[in-house]
Design a protein around this ligand. Structure first.
Ligand SMILES: Cc1cc2nc3c(=O)[nH]c(=O)nc-3n(C[C@H](O)[C@H](O)[C@H](O)COP(=O)(O)O)c2cc1C
Length: 325
C-alpha cells in the first residue's frame, strides 16, 4: 500500500509501532521494521544515552530496514539528559524520531539538521497544528481510546481524525484503538495516511515482555481499562488491577488536594515489575481499550500480513461491492 507516510518513511506498509516504555526494545522494533512497518525503540527505557546508543546498534544488527526512536518529554521531577539522548539518536544514524509529551520545538533544530523525520504524537487538533507550525513532518493523532496518555480533551478518534484531516497539511497517522485491517481502512477513510499501534504490538511473539502481560491483554475486554491521574492533568489509560484500584482509592480520598507525591509510591518503578517480571498486580501500566479486539499472540509478521490482507479484502470486496451496488 502506498500513502504519504509509506513514501515519507520508506516503508512498505503504513503501520507504525508507537514507543512503549519497557516494551520498545530492539527485538520488537526490528521485528516490526522487518515485517514492512516502522519499529520504534523507546529512548527513555534505556537507563543512559550510552545504553540507547547500544540499543540502536543492536537494532541495526537485526534489521536493514528503517526504524525510529521515541523521545518522550516527561513532566518529571528528574529530567533525563535529553541533549545526550538526542546525540545518541543522531550519531546512531536514526532517521525517524517519534516525539511525545510536550511539544518538541526546542529540539527541532538538532533533529532537522541531522535529516531526521519528526513524527509528533499528540492528542488534539490544536497540538497537531502546533507541531505542523514548528516543522514536524507528520503527526500521530492519539484518540481518547489510546493506551497511555490520552490528554484531557477526551475526543475519540471518530471525531478527532476527521477534525485533524480538516485542518492539517502534513500527513498524519491514526493512533489509539487500532488493531486490524478494519482499523486501518477506517483510519484511511477518516483522512489518516496510516496507523500507529501500541497495545496490539505487545501481544506478539517478539514483544520482549513477560508472557503474563500478553495473556492479560488477550484476556481483557474493552471494559477493563481505567483512567488514572486525571486530577493531576496527567491522565493515563491503564489496565485495571489491584494496584490501579489502590491508586483510584487514593485519588478519591484526596480529591482536589491530590498531588503527585500522593501517588508516587504507587506509579514509580512499576514497569520493570510488570513487563520483565510478569507481576500483574504491581501497579499501573498503560493499555488501550483496544485490548477488547486482541484475541491472539501472533508473530509481528503474521499480524502485519493479516492486517494488510484484511484491509485489501475490505477495500476490494466489501466496500467496492457496496459501491457497485
Ligand atoms: C505499555 C505502554 C507503554 C507506553 N509507553 C509510551 C512511552 O513511553 N512514550 C510514548 O510516547 N507513548 C507510550 N505509549 C503510547 C503508545 O506509543 C501509543 O501511542 C498507544 O499505545 C496507542 O494506543 P493503543 O494502545 O490503543 O494502540 C505506551 C503505550 C503502552 C500500551
Amino acid at each position: 500500500m502506498k500513502t504519504r507516510i509509506t513514501e515519507m518513511l520508506g516503508i512498505e506498509h503504513p503501520i507504525i509501532q508507537g514507543g512503549m516504555h519497557y516494551v520498545g526494545f530492539a527485538e520488537l522494533a526490528a521485528a516490526v521494521s522487518n515485517a514492512g512497518g516502522l519499529g520504534i525503540i523507546t529512548a527513555l527505557t534505556q537507563p543512559t544515552p550510552e545504553a540507547l546508543a547500544k540499543e540502536i546498534a543492536r537494532c541495526r544488527d537485526m534489521t536493514d530496514k528503517p526504524f525510529g526512536v521515541n523521545l518522550t518529554f516527561l513532566p518529571a521531577f528528574a529530567q533525563p539528559p535529553y541533549p545526550e539522548y538526542i546525540r545518541a539518536i543522531i550519531e546512531g544514524g536514526v532517521k525517524v524520531v517519534e516525539t511525545a509529551g510536550r511539544n518538541p520545538e526546542s529540539v527541532m533544530p538538532f533533529l532537522k539538521a541531522a535529516g531526521i523525520k519528526v513524527i509528533h504524537k499528540c492528542t488534539s487538533v490544536r497540538h497537531s497544528l502546533k507541531a505542523e507550525a514548528i516543522g514536524c513532518d507528520a503527526v500521530s493523532v492519539d484518540g481518547f481510546e489510546c493506551g497511555g496518555h490520552p490528554g484531557e480533551d477526551d475526543v475519540p478518534n471518530f471525531i478527532l481524525l476527521p477534525r485533524a484531516a480538516e485542518e492539517l497539511k502534513i500527513p498524519f497517522v491514526a493512533s489509539g484503538g487500532m488493531a486490524d485491517g478494519r482499523s486501518l481502512v477506517a483510519a484511511l477513510a477518516l483522512g489518516a495516511e496510516g496507523m500507529n499501534m501500541g497495545t496490539r504490538f505487545i501481544a506478539t511473539k517478539e514483544a520482549p515482555v513477560h508472557e503474563n502481560v500478553k495473556r492479560a491483554i488477550v484476556a481483557a475486554s474493552e471494559l477493563d481499562t481505567r483512567l488514572i491521574m486525571r486530577g493531576l492533568r496527567n491522565t493515563e489509560r491503564v489496565l485495571n488491577n489491584t494496584g490501579v484500584e489502590r491508586v483510584l482509592r487514593i485519588e478519591r480520598e484526596k480529591g482536589a488536594a491530590l498531588t503527585i507525591a500522593d501517588l508516587y509510591g504507587q506509579v514509580a518503578g512499576v514497569y520493570p515489575k510488570v513487563m520483565r517480571d510478569g507481576d500483574m498486580e504491581a501497579g499501573a501500566w498503560s493499555c488501550g481499550m483496544v485490548a477488547g479486539l486482541i484475541h491472539d499472540v501472533p508473530t509481528v509478521k503474521e499480524l502485519i500480513d493479516r492486517i494488510m490482507r484484511e484491509a485489501d479484502d475490505l477495500i476490494k470486496q466489501r466496500l467496492a461491492g457496496m459501491s457497485r451496488a
